[in-house]
Design a protein. Structure first.
Ligand SMILES: [Zn+2]
Length: 458
């Protein structure tokens, strides 16, 4: 009986303790969001970054933007270092044009070269065009001597537009090879945009070593629709397009690494990251200036609040996610060689829209454990905790001993701006963006305090 009562008392006592801990944890998180929303410091940095111009890997601008912020981080007390990364050097030309040609009538269309495409002949490339409405249809079509027109829209029924993008992106990265195998002389694709607009969206494409290289560009969705309708009326119309991109010798740039050493377990690293390179049609505000600044601001918030952090907090700005992930590959290789102990890696590469949750790549037990944070983060609109992909850059670090986490912002508007001239600072909302930084900071705070063995293989 005494035993029973004392057990009951201990039980009640520990419930009280847990509640008090939860209350103080909730208060700490509230402080993170308060500071973030009052300051909006990351948004200001994002404005500064975008003001420096686009940051296409291989360009001088990409490296100089990185170095500009390195100096800033040095003055903020981060321990910074640079990691050399070999980057391809492809330059988009200024002469990007396309037309529908019917007799003497020419209707202009908006086009941009896909990243990595060779140029057309100087006067442009003109031929009959074959529309490809699906990947399956490709087998039955004769493309010999023709311009292939991939017109495969992003499926609008996906709620997460990332999946719609994933289902249609093959036309961009693999479509040119397949068309060239069938004798096509050029490729135009429908831009991977979730809306109909007049802005073409670029992105990387590939060639295969044993397949003829042919030029490829993306038409705006508005013009892809126009071409589709025009072909219905006149299947014999011609398309003419001109792009004058060129390949130069590879360059070197850097990943930026910035550490805040941990107080108890400095050898264990919590990495938080974005990619600093961008496409050059806009200024890469959402992709991935926002993610880069989410990562920086999250560490800034914890530092400014003076929260005790046991492990080393590491900011990584990867170079060249867009054009081959070379920065992430160099970082992961080096981390392995140096036997670095990464316990958690986070990435924000889904834009600066309202965050809704996270996607985790880790053991089912750890997923369940992190789902336990939901109650603390729900007041801030963070309620989606799912297993799945985390991010392309941190994915290179995948092992049994690491928890990979990708921030998941609302995706409905992301692919309207993604890889296009619309991806500018003006398209980022300060409050929506700032919620992302505070969410990452809160997760870091919770994970670092969680009494769990991260390197115990599950
Ligand atoms: Zn990105």
């Amino acid at each position: 009986m005494i035993k029973y009562f004392s057990a009951l008392l201990i039980g009640f006592g520990s419930i009280g303790l847990v509640k008090a801990q939860n209350d103080s944890t909730a208060e700490s998180i509230r402080e993170i969001y308060n500071l973030a929303l009052n300051e909006q410091q990351g948004y200001k940095w994002l404005g500064e970054l975008c003001g420096l111009g686009p940051r296409f890997a291989g360009s001088e601008q990409a490296t100089s933007s990185l170095l500009y912020f390195k100096a800033k981080l040095d003055s903020m007390g981060f321990k910074t270092s640079l990691q050399a990364v070999k980057v391809p050097h492809w330059v988009r030309g200024s002469q990007e044009k396309a037309w529908i040609v019917e007799g003497i009538d020419e209707t202009e269309m908006a086009i941009t070269a896909l990243g990595g495409s060779i140029a057309t002949p100087a006067g442009g490339l003109q031929a009959q065009v074959v529309e490809i409405p699906s990947f399956e249809a490709l087998d039955t079509l004769d493309l010999e001597g023709k311009i292939a027109f991939y017109n495969i829209p992003m499926d609008p029924t996906y709620i997460n537009t990332g999946f719609a993008y994933g289902s249609a992106v093959k036309q961009r990265w693999g479509g040119t090879i397949e068309a060239a195998k069938k004798g096509a002389i050029g490729v135009v694709i429908r831009s991977l945009s979730s809306s109909i607009n007049k802005y073409p969206h670029t992105g990387s494409m590939r060639y295969a070593p044993d397949v003829k290289k042919i030029p490829s560009g993306a038409l705006s969705t508005y013009d892809a629709e126009l071409l589709h309708r025009s072909l219905k009326e006149n299947p014999d119309l011609l398309v003419k397009f001109q792009i004058n991109s060129e390949w130069l010798d590879s360059n070197y740039s850097y990943n930026l690494i910035a550490d805040l050493p941990g107080s108890e377990r400095p050898e264990e690293i919590i990495l938080v990251s974005g990619h600093i390179d961008s496409w050059e049609l806009g200024t890469g505000a959402h992709d991935d200036g926002a993610g880069s600044m989410h990562a920086l601001e999250s560490l800034h918030l914890l530092k400014k609040l003076n929260y005790p952090i046991k492990r080393t907090l590491r900011l990584v700005w990867y170079m060249n996610e867009e054009f081959g992930l070379s920065g992430a590959k160099v970082y992961a290789r080096n981390a392995k060689n140096m036997e670095m102990r990464h316990v958690i890696a986070m990435e924000s590469d889904g834009g600066g829209f309202t965050p809704k949750g996270i996607s985790m790549q880790t053991s089912p037990e750890m997923v369940e454990r992190i789902k336990g944070y939901r109650k603390l983060l729900e007041p801030y609109g963070i309620y989606q905790f799912s297993s799945g992909g985390s991010g392309a850059d941190i994915g290179q670090l995948q092992s049994d001993d690491i928890v990979l986490i990708g921030l998941r912002p609302d995706s409905h508007r992301y692919f309207e701006v993604h890889h296009s001239a619309l991806d500018t600072f003006e398209s980022v909302n300060p409050r929506e963006f700032t919620m992302g930084s505070a969410t990452l900071a809160s997760l870091i705070w919770l994970l670092d305090r969680d009494n769990v063995c991260f390197n115990c293989g599950g």
